[in-house]
Design a protein. Structure first.
Length: 419
């Protein structure tokens, strides 16, 4: 029942800070899609590309913080782009945007239908611009409208074609006419036809599928969006929470529908822990019911996607026996890694060096024992020879002591014969 006219429509009129939902729009879509986006080695970015989660600051010196710092009190080290999307890693995301440049991210967000962005504008004597590093985390001048954010995620869901949001398909008027027999004939006149919306390709199909693959992880453990999960169809999405928990978002989609839910207070009251789950809870209740009578379906995989087993720590080709954590990643054909994991290679080199050192020590020990054995044998031989010489000398002394003085033993033998 309609209770008022010309009231505030928070889906179309209100602008709010989008939080981490904007990471996909401003950073990861551009990183995976743009030919201008290259890593430090000049290679295209992939879901396996990495950044180090560590202490980090914007170019203006303001430190970037992760949402989990108070709980974990640590940094997570090397992280892939897939992990950054799944776990909503702030520092890693800012590093990716810094590499692709905020200008590229800004252009992609505009192409995805975000019309509230400020390029370079003077407001009350102060210059504002959203072409900066905070764009990565949704820190923008005027925020976004729900309808525009939803359209951006719809673009990813439908394979990269942006469609201007519509609130109606057509407006018609029915005219009745009576014939001479009193019969009534109805004729429909179309006053406004909105059934053929404008479409514009702004992302590659392969880019959209890769983003979807990563956002499917968001709604599964240990992703940040698990309260939104239901199992009757494939779903993907991204969470968003502003710094002081004034706004919570969930933008997500199935193969059939896209929905974006915002929860918060008009007066910016901070949400409590239970309220922080509202966007995901509402989204799940709506989407699971819309898809309830449909068969399970998954997102169609486009041509040009290949699989490769990579090291989970570095996103590079694993070194057998030395990369204990591996997984199968998806790549646009031609962007899959060719280099081997440097951590695994380091472990292999260290182990080989350790083995060589051990073998060298064993050889030296064997040689030492052989020398000692030889020296021992030589000492024993010398000792035996000395003992034999001493025995010979003793025998000689004994023989000389039993003979008559001045007479030889031969004389004594002759004397015995004479007798």
């Amino acid at each position: 029942e309609k209770e008022a006219s010309r009231t505030l429509n928070r889906a179309t009129d209100t602008t709010r800070q989008p939080g981490s939902t904007f990471k996909v729009i401003s950073t990861f879509s551009a990183a995976l899609d743009s030919a201008r986006a290259k890593d430090v080695n000049g290679m295209p970015f992939t879901l396996a590309s990495t950044q180090v989660d560590e202490k980090y600051a914007y170019d203006n010196g303001v430190e970037v913080h992760n949402w989990y710092e108070k709980e974990e009190k640590r940094y997570r080290g090397i992280q892939t782009m897939r992990n950054a999307i799944r776990d909503s890693l702030n520092i890693v995301t800012v590093k990716f945007l810094t590499q692709i440049t905020p200008r590229v991210g800004f252009e992609y967000a505009e192409n995805l239908g975000i019309n509230t962005l400020v390029d370079d504008e003077e407001i009350n004597g102060k210059i504002f611009s959203d072409v900066n590093q905070t764009l990565a985390l949704g820190g923008i001048t005027f925020g976004v409208r729900n309808i525009e954010l939803n359209a951006a995620f719809s673009t990813i869901a439908n394979g990269g074609e942006y469609i201007v949001p519509r609130l109606y398909t057509k407006v018609t008027m029915v005219n009745e006419s009576r014939d001479s027999h009193g019969g009534v004939t109805e004729a429909e006149t179309v006053l406004l036809d909105n059934t053929k919306p404008e479409k514009e390709r702004v992302l590659k199909k392969t880019t959209c599928w890769l983003l979807t693959s990563a956002m499917k992880d968001v709604v599964k453990e240990p992703g940040t969006g698990t309260p939104a999960y239901f199992s009757t169809t494939a779903i993907a999405g991204k969470t968003g929470t502003t710094e002081e928990s004034n706004d919570v978002w969930f933008s997500g989609y199935s193969p059939n529908y896209t929905a974006t839910v915002w929860a918060g207070y008009d007066n910016n009251t901070k949400l409590n822990k239970t309220e922080e789950l509202l966007a995901m809870t509402i989204w799940r209740q709506i989407m699971s019911n819309i898809d309830a009578n449909k068969k399970y379906s998954d997102f169609e995989r486009p041509k040009g996607i290949v699989e490769k087993v990579v090291c989970a720590e570095t996103g590079l080709l694993p070194v057998s026996k030395y990369c204990s954590h591996t997984y199968t990643e998806y790549f646009v054909k031609g962007t899959e890694p060719t280099a081997t994991c440097y951590l695994g290679s380091k472990k292999k080199k260290e182990e080989e060096e350790k083995r060589r050192k051990k073998e060298q020590e064993e050889r030296e020990e064997a040689e030492r024992k052989a020398r000692e054995q030889k020296e021992k044998e030589e000492r024993e031989k010398k000792k035996n020879e000395e003992e034999e010489e001493e025995e010979d000398e003793e025998d000689g002394k004994t023989n000389r002591g039993t003979s008559r003085p001045g007479r030889s033993s031969r004389d004594e033998e002759d004397e015995d014969e004479d007798e």
